[in-house]
Design a protein around this ligand. Structure first.
Ligand code: ADP
Ligand code: MG
Length: 346
């Protein structure tokens, strides 16, 4: 099951031995971290900023499938998806806490791989791993990550706050992680039916990577800062564009018009969707795990954003009575629902 050939049983270390082993090389870089791992609680000190905190749990068999998710990627992704929630508040993540539940099915080497991925993510995003909890689990692997971040109160962006006519923007491209998942699931089934056939993922690196090793849009938060834009509302795209649009509309008591032709979809996502007989727009609307940022800005910020290749303006906010609407390529209007594909035939 695991690539490492050596196998050290977790029972040979015990809980404290395991904690020691996975935390001994942790480096701390944030000035707000006063004390990390090693006491009953971590000690943090922030100045005048507000603190944002978010937590997410990943369960084997529900959120990930170890038959095609490498452990290192899993560790990486478990950190990144939490940081994405902090960025979506327009805040800067500073610390994470990691709790794991592991069964004896896992060796020390397997846990090490997970932590390798976590440490790479922490380093890349500049956050300190300051604590967690370790428990035995009867069956599946459980990973729970809590992320902490900071921002000046006036710069924190919530789901509420969008105004009528504000521009609706999204970073990057959408639907790729979902298509990557379809591809991985297909290859898993091929493998289960005939273990001699090796997975064929060639030519689909981008979408597979978007699924296995997503990134949080730290860069977009930096661009917004540099351009002195504070979004009027923001959310990260974890459950699919449609669902996130509905959250922004609901929290801000508004409707919106989104233009299908403006929704950013990578050509590889497009091709893969066609291969699976899926509508690429539907994949972007209803697929998940893109971890892009969906946000609204005032019309007066248009000039600052219009030439940015990483940001697409996909629509604008309208009166609540208009509801959330998708304007299709042919000009027809469709009400946006959480499961995009039931409601309209594009
Ligand atoms: P307690 O009994 O007070 O919960 P633990 O023995 O669980 O203490 O934890 C000791 C220290 O190790 C604490 O600082 C805790 O945050 C940290 N820690 C425990 N498990 C993990 C883990 N999986 N990853 C990172 N740090 C951990
Ligand atoms: Mg504990």
């Amino acid at each position: 099951m695991f690539e490492n050939t050596a196998r050290t049983e977790l029972s040979s270390l015990g809980e404290f031995g395991l904690i020691d082993h996975i935390t001994k090389h942790i480096e701390l870089t944030q000035t707000s971290t006063i004390k990390g791992v090693g006491d009953d609680a971590a000690i943090l000190q922030f100045d005048a900023e507000q603190i944002v905190v978010s937590t997410d749990m990943l369960l084997e068999g529900i959120h990930f499938d170890l038959s095609y998710v490498p452990l290192k990627h899993l560790g990486y992704k478990s950190i990144v998806v939490n940081l994405s929630d902090i960025y979506s508040m327009n805040a800067i993540p500073t610390q994470v806490l990691v709790s794991i539940g592991v069964s004896n099915r896992f060796s020390l080497e397997a846990i090490e791989e997970i932590y390798q991925g976590m440490n790479i993510a922490c380093k890349r995003y500049g956050v300190d791993l300051v604590g967690g909890d370790t428990s035995a689990s009867k069956q599946g692997l459980v990973i729970s990550v809590t992320a902490i971040g900071k921002q000046e109160a006036i710069k924190i962006t919530k789901r509420e706050g969008a105004g009528i006519n504000d521009l609706l923007c999204v970073s990057g491209d959408l639907g790729a992680a979902y298509m990557g998942l379809q591809l991985l699931e297909r290859e898993k089934n091929v493998y289960l039916n005939n273990p001699e056939i090796q997975p064929d993922l060639e030519g689909y690196d981008y979408i597979v990577e978007r699924q296995l090793k997503p990134e949080a849009r730290k860069d977009i938060i930096e661009i917004l800062k540099e351009k002195e834009i504070i979004p009027t509302s923001m959310i990260d795209v974890s459950d699919g564009l449609a669902s996130e649009i509905l959250h922004l509309c609901k929290s801000s008591n508004l409707g919106c018009s989104v233009y299908e032709e403006k929704i950013p979809i990578d050509p590889m996502t497009y091709d893969a969707a066609r291969m699976f007989n899926l509508d690429p727009t539907v994949c972007a609307l209803s697929g998940g795990e893109d971890y892009e940022l969906l946000f609204t800005v005032k019309q007066s910020d248009f000039d600052k954003l219009k030439n940015n290749p990483d940001i697409s303006i996909i629509g604008h906010m309208t009166q609540q009575s208009e509801g959330p609407q998708l304007v299709s390529k042919s000009g027809n209007q469709h009400k946006i629902t959480a499961q995009g594909w039931n409601a309209f035939n594009l």
